[in-house]
Design a protein around this ligand. Structure first.
Ligand code: SF4
Ligand code: SF4
Length: 258
């Protein structure tokens, strides 16, 4: 069993930060070139299997920000790989004022695809002698707040995929809110991405007007989670059997086309 010398990246060098040493076993100290190669292979594999977005979040500064429940889940993981799959515009566009069965099916397929990709990437890391923990794309653990064990939205933000919009979703400059995300925690200190700066909703207010719950305000602090949750409960019971909506996703297609 390998022992990992964990290192903190301070470009262009990797500096040893702390040691977890177990007796009678040798170090497994990845060199920067090995890390680069592994990171490239992971990204290539993710993209080959359907991911449009791939990034690495530095979790070190976010440990106490409450996005993980319990916080111990991320304790041994200084990095998280964030991947995103883009939803089909033709499907999202069916959600005029409520979710459709097309959207519900597509949503499930996207989540399955994300889970398959994080599973594959985790196997690649495990095979290479590292630790990895895939976080399910859609698994609610706190039904009051509709949150999972860790926030893919926050990890995606830290990985530079986008900004948090008025609709409380992660908004990617190219694909808007029409992306589903999943995360893979790892102890490998990959070169991390950084949050985007200088981008936000700007003058756009499309989602405020269309939200059937009136849950979206001028700022993220005004977002009414209870109102949104009640509407998702209604959609689950009466329309699609799932806590989904899609309306504020539909009107947020991304402002910067590449
Ligand atoms: S629709 Fe516009 S206002 Fe709403 S989150 Fe997207 S960019 Fe922001
Ligand atoms: S998911 Fe639906 S109810 Fe919730 S904020 Fe978006 S549009 Fe409103």
């Amino acid at each position: 069993m390998p022992v990992f010398l964990r290192v903190q990246k301070t470009a262009p060098f990797f500096i040893p930060l702390w040691l977890d040493i177990e007796p009678m076993i040798s170090y497994n100290l990845p060199m920067p070139s090995q890390l680069d190669s592994l990171q490239r292979r992971l990204e290539e594999s993710a993209r080959q299997h359907g991911a449009s977005l791939f990034g690495v979040a530095d979790l070190a500064g976010a440990r106490n920000s409450g996005f993980s429940k319990p916080p111990s889940i991320i304790a041994g993981y200084p990095r998280a790989i964030s991947i995103g799959v883009v939803l089909a515009p033709s499907i999202v566009d069916t959600c005029i004022d409520s979710p459709t069965r097309f959207y519900a099916f597509h949503y499930r397929v996207a989540n399955s695809r994300l889970d398959a990709i994080t599973f594959i990437l985790a196997q690649m890391l495990l095979d290479a002698g590292y630790d990895a923990m895939p976080i399910p794309a859609s698994q609610i653990v706190d039904w009051d707040k509709l949150t999972g064990s860790t926030s893919h939205r926050i990890i995606g933000y830290l990985a530079g995929h986008g900004f948090i919009g008025r609709n409380a979703l992660l908004v990617n400059p190219r694909y808007g809110a029409r992306v589903r995300y999943a995360s893979l925690l790892t102890d490998v200190l990959f070169l991390n991405d950084v949050p985007l700066s200088g981008v936000d909703c700007g003058s756009c207010r499309e989602c405020i007007a269309v939200c059937p719950a009136g849950a979206i305000g001028e700022t993220i602090n005004e977002f009414n989670l209870e109102a949104c949750k009640d509407k998702l409960d209604y959609f689950k019971r009466h329309l699609v059997g799932h806590h989904i909506c899609g309306v504020c996703v539909r009107v947020c297609p991304g402002k910067v086309r590449q």
